[in-house]
Design a binder for this molecule. Structure first.
Ligand code: FES
Ligand SMILES: [Fe+2]
Length: 369
């Protein structure tokens, strides 16, 4: 069989390609930037970078989340410099103290109260499309995007066959039991490609393959509709020790009891479904050669509230797996500048399905490799 080629090395470090991706891929798709419960109360603000813009996500007095470009309409000062803050009833620009309501309206411009030529209605903060789906905040910088479901549902159907197989995990009803943030010394696409294949699982992930022995064959079920991975017959639970017991998520079927499902929801969420918890990775590029991952271990609120709740044995499995993954991504990043990789490498048979991701990136960029 003819092997598919990877992207050439420059796609993983060239600042021009990075900027083009920000404009044409992250700037046109729905992208998950945080959780809705990261911005819990009216007046809470979170700033994120996306598509070459800084964007603030604001919880309004009415409880709704809205997103705006993080730019004062007067002379362009950045409104919020921190990752998160709480502003009370209004967002006030620190430069000349214009203030904006939590829904973006300009409500105060000092010392020009009598100047009626100031068209306040047209000087509100500029909105960005925001949707909450399964508890996650998704932003879209396109002018008239289709609903977020139009992006994610076909991807879920491709992975699960029937949508109900995913929906019964009730991801949107779960809460964060543990969060770990990671900085990765690699281009974001290497992180996605690595998550899409399990050819590396046997050499890189002894702890994970102890729990999921099928992964030792190097097969990833990313491209196989409806297929989950069986737990090792001798483990009780998906924990580092293999022992322990936590109730199944409500809504699951007995047939879900010993299965793991993993897949990438393009462009930047890795979903891991387990009988008693869900792990979500949110990947955001921070530069051509650096990426950030927020990894959340989600449980039912009842489980988190249980006295003595301690998810460490569960968290350790993917925390160890994550660090192993980021290490090989960083190692691969080092090769991207070499003349040896000017024309890229190849995807072997267990990795052929990654070519679909490569082609999605190229088509967003309007490029051929
Ligand atoms: S730049 Fe914000 S008030 Fe002047
Ligand atoms: Fe891995």
């Amino acid at each position: 069989m003819a092997f598919e080629s990877t992207l050439p090395g420059r796609f993983f470090w060239d600042p021009a390609i990075f900027a083009a991706e920000q404009a044409h891929l992250f700037g046109t798709m729905w992208v998950n930037v945080c959780r809705a419960d990261d911005v819990p109360n009216p007046g809470d603000v979170r700033a994120v970078d996306l598509g070459g813009e800084s964007i603030i996500i604001v919880r309004g007095k009415d409880g709704e989340l809205r997103a705006f470009l993080n730019v004062c309409r007067h002379r362009g000062a950045r409104l919020c410099m921190e990752q998160s803050c709480s502003v009370g009833a209004a967002i006030q620009c620190p430069y000349h103290a214009w203030s904006f309501a939590l829904d973006g309206r300009l409500i105060g411009a000092p010392n020009i109260a009598r100047d009626e030529s100031l068209d306040r209605d047209s000087l509100g903060l500029l909105p960005v499309h925001l949707a909450v789906w399964e508890g996650l905040v998704w932003l879209n910088l396109a002018e008239n995007p289709e609903p977020v479901e139009a992006q994610v549902v076909p991807a879920l159907e491709d992975r699960f066959g029937e949508l109900s197989r995913f929906q019964r995990y009730g991801v949107g009803d779960l809460a964060v039991g543990r969060r770990i943030e990671y900085e990765i010394a690699s281009n974001w696409k290497l992180v996605v490609e690595n998550f899409m294949e399990c050819y590396h699982c046997a050499p890189v992930h002894p702890e994970l393959t102890r729990l999921l022995p099928e992964f030792r064959n190097g097969t990833s079920y990313q491209g196989i509709i409806g297929k989950g991975t069986d737990f090792a017959p001798d483990i009780e639970s998906f924990t580092l020790s293999g022992s322990g017991h936590r109730p199944m998520l409500p809504g699951l079927l007995p047939s879900d009891a010993r299965l793991y499902y993993g897949f990438v929801l393009w462009p930047n969420v890795f979903v891991n479904l387990l009988p008693d918890h869900v792990i979500l990775h949110t990947l955001l590029p921070t530069g051509p050669e650096t990426s950030h991952v927020t990894c959340d271990w989600l449980f039912t609120p009842e489980e988190i509230a249980r006295p003595g709740f301690d998810p460490t044995d569960t968290v350790d499995v993917f925390d160890i797996t994550n660090r192993q993954d980021w290490e090989v991504c960083a190692r691969t990043q080092l090769g991207m500048h070499s003349r040896a990789y000017d024309r890229g490498g190849l995807y072997v048979s267990n990795e052929q399905h990654i070519a679909v991701f490569r082609d999605m990136v190229l088509s967003k960029l309007g490029m051929t490799a």
